[in-house]
Design a protein around this ligand. Sequence first.
Ligand SMILES: Cc1cc2nc3c(=O)[nH]c(=O)nc-3n(C[C@H](O)[C@H](O)[C@H](O)COP(=O)(O)OP(=O)(O)OC[C@H]3O[C@@H](n4cnc5c(N)ncnc54)[C@H](O)[C@@H]3O)c2cc1C
Length: 413
Amino acid sequence: MHVDAVIFGGGVAGLWTLDRLVRQGCHAVLLESRALGFGQTVASQGIIHGGMKYSLHGWLSKSAQHIRKMPEIWQQALLGRTAPNLTNTRLRSPACYLWQTESLASMAGMLGARIGLQVTPEPVPDDDRPAVFAQVTGSLSRLPEQVIDPASFLTDLAAQHRDRLLLIDPSDDGLRFELTSPGEVIRIHLTCPETGKTLSLKPEQVLLTAGAGNARLRKLVGLSADVMQRRPLHMVLARGDLPELHGHCIDGLKTRVTVTSTVDNDNRMVWQIGGQVAEDGVRMTPQQLTDHAARELQAVLPQLDFTNVEWSSYTIDRAEAQTEGNTRPETIQVLCAGNVTTGWPTKLALAPLLAEEMAARVQPIVAEANRIMQPLIAWPKPPVAEYAWNETERAWWPVDLAPRQFAPQRRAA
Ligand SMILES: Cc1cc2nc3c(=O)[nH]c(=O)nc-3n(C[C@H](O)[C@H](O)[C@H](O)COP(=O)(O)OP(=O)(O)OC[C@H]3O[C@@H](n4cnc5c(N)ncnc54)[C@H](O)[C@@H]3O)c2cc1C
């Protein structure tokens, strides 16, 4: 089957790119090896950043410059005013709170408006403070950065492009590339993991948006895999009697904790906790990390009672283009070689920018008459990935927040 583009990977990057290509008249299909968004998208906190997080030092960083238009682009899509139509994507919150624990802490980072951000923090007057911040003595602002529910986003776009999504077996039994030279793909041969049926795709362009999976796919098409880095996170989950909260505690120039919340399949409130805690947690065991996170949360939200809360954690790598010093790239990263384009959005919020860049590589040259959709319609479809907090096998445990008792040191005789 002749197609304008074959996309590998159905996270936020691949699905947004597919939508963009279809709208520009291209015949495109998306191949997913496991579940849509498996890896980063479904593990993410769903915050549509507008650059505040990258401007805490008080100037407009390159990262902030690139990301500052994203909240508006997402908002228009969520309202159904621009493509993609995301009216069935659930908004967890229209805004995040920013709070500081000390009233004298630096305000440099809270001055978004003066440094040119489009989404800027609005101070919350003392008498409007939500109860969760009642005992916080530092400043509190409301930042209109929306928080989306990533799984509902994946479900929304998958429903609109169902016929173009194919579940593939990525092993040598299910996927074979035919190349003329490194990075020049002439055919992709698929064997269906469920039915054993085969399908050959003849793509004009191949787009790799498979997150961490891009490394292996690049090897298979004869390109270097050393262009990618993984930066690990160890995220914390808390569930139980907790209020709904979306926000960042900023201390100094760091995001001490980032909390987003949702409910699990049994309707319990779940907090997903990232920020510095998740960076530090990489060097900790799950129990050490949840102990540390619980104490951090008690310090930054002193009025909350975490006694009956259950804790858990999960590890996940951020997959990005390689940088010097293994730092976060400042924006999307796109590499082109032959008819293969590899992309990493760097942030979920930046997916629209990546999709535009990837789609610019593809022209609609496959005539309408050549669009044989039947084999695609009949092919098995990938499910949407499950959230960590809904995994049935997941272990949860309590954390003892009583002050630590240190045994008195014995004096040497
Ligand atoms: C814990 C965490 C929190 C985050 N929070 C935020 C946030 O709040 N806001 C924000 O803007 N960004 C956030 N990010 C970053 C954001 O999640 C990622 O930048 C983004 O989701 C990457 O999307 P992706 O589509 O490139 O990759 P992924 O979401 O990893 O998707 C890759 C897809 O490719 C598939 N795949 C893999 N190998 C193959 C193969 N061989 N063939 C076919 N398919 C394949 C996978 O199954 C998967 O579906 C967060 C990241 C993490 C880890």
